[in-house]
Design a protein around this ligand. Sequence first.
Ligand SMILES: [Zn+2]
Length: 580
Amino acid sequence: MTATAPREEQLWSRCAGCASLLYRKRLRRNLDVCPECGEHARLGAPERLRQLVDPGSLRPLADRLPEADPIDFVDVVPYPHRLTAARASTGLVEAVVCATATIGGHPVAMAVMDFRFLGGSLGCAVGELITRTAERALDERIPLVLVTASGGARMQEGALSLMQMATVSQAIAALREAGLLTVSVLTDPTYGGVAASFATNTDLVLAESGARMGFAGPRVIRQVTGRALPEGFQTADFLLRHGQVDMVVQRRSLRGRLVALLAATHAGAPTRPSVPRQEPASHRERLADDDAAAARPPATPAADGTAAVRDAWDTVRMARHPGRPTTLDYLDSVFDGFVELHGDRLGADCPAIVGGVARLAGRHVMVIGHQKGHTTAELVARNFGMASPAGHRKALRLMRLAARLGLPVVTLVDTPGADPGVSAEEHGQAAAIAENILALTVLPTPVLAVITGEGGSGGALALAVADRVLMLENAVYSVISPEGCAAILWPDRSAAPQAARALRLSAPDLRRLGVVDEVVPEPPAAAHDDPAETALRLRAALLANLLPLLDVPPAMLVRLRRQRFRRFGAARAGQRAGVR
Ligand SMILES: [Zn+2]
């Protein structure tokens, strides 16, 4: 922003909508909205804040976090180089700017994402900074306003990025419990893990005119469905028509709308009887660190139960093996007396998710899992284990039912990812996943998750925010498929095996990163060679992990679960030495 000699390209800019050549100063005066066609150009976070908050009220929050390359990710360019370049070109430290400010005199805590910084991707630092902003809102009892712009979770930080969806969601859950307003403003574009968490699980969701939001991107959906997308697919107006947002707002009206909403909800909040307050953030963080250290035994290779280390790509193929036991197989072999429950009560029953009551060694539990199949016909009938929004809502219904009945929840995760289809987007895939993640962070009953095959990104996390997360030895759990990652960061998809290695998606790697608590060893070859032995081992592991949870009071369970998912941000930087 320093004054430099004016050059042609700084004086003029071309509208992306109508190709008009516009005088920069005039465009800026018009809030970067084209006066000819109304196209809303993307805004950086500093300019966005300038447009929204009262002059002189902005108080930036600290944005320095320990340097982190938690999984030593390298594609064609090492991750730290990409970070350095992003910092140089944007002048920002990370892909989000956080502050307190007033808007029309109403104090708020704000986190504004910046798409220019690595596509606004959600990594550990971004998750940590937004979480701290939400905690600041809680401490000061003021509303939280989020402005999103993101391609999704940051691939270069692997499953730890995925965990940030839970970390931020639970901070939003705390604001919900405290009766404090949360607002998200969707700006163009908002996709993937950000769409499927804090962009949509806030109280109010505003979409800026022209913004697009969705769980899966248009390119992926076209690729998967092989069909052309409907006109205006995933745009703000589409989202409004399909009930996904509260309103579509022109940029020039955005500040006014926020002022009105903050004013309307301001009266009740500060005088509301306060729910039990938590300790201040610093104390809480310390607790989280202590507990994390105390709760986790030192990672020794022996604890992982793996003798020979398998190449990550071989493990991916093993995890996808059609003979691998499915959720229904385990319901038959590990559990007794399964009674399946159907339906989301909103008009659909998704075959990719099965759930119901069952017994585990005589104890009643609620089991919910993704269902694939062994034959092509079965796989097609189950949509390859890719859940629709109805599937996520069925799972949510069963989780809440379990909590009401005092039943522990056991989830079996085996999905390439959530359904990336047109209808799924129309029915609110992102919000459905986001709501499950948030609900699980506060579910007052024990939750035990097992990654049994493929743990594919947000679709997997929608069933895996748990007190204990187990993983079968040859399962994988990842922020993105190796093929998807290769297509983006390497010249082409054939680099999937390299991407699989870089993503650290295997059970032993995730055990070391603390994403997974325990690896369940499979029989010598793999699960599909000896399903009966696999079932015995899984049953033993489930019992060993579930029984201690049954004695923990629900409030304590929720507290400990929150600490578990709070520690994946900056706290994790110190543990980096153990990664490699
Ligand atoms: Zn234009």
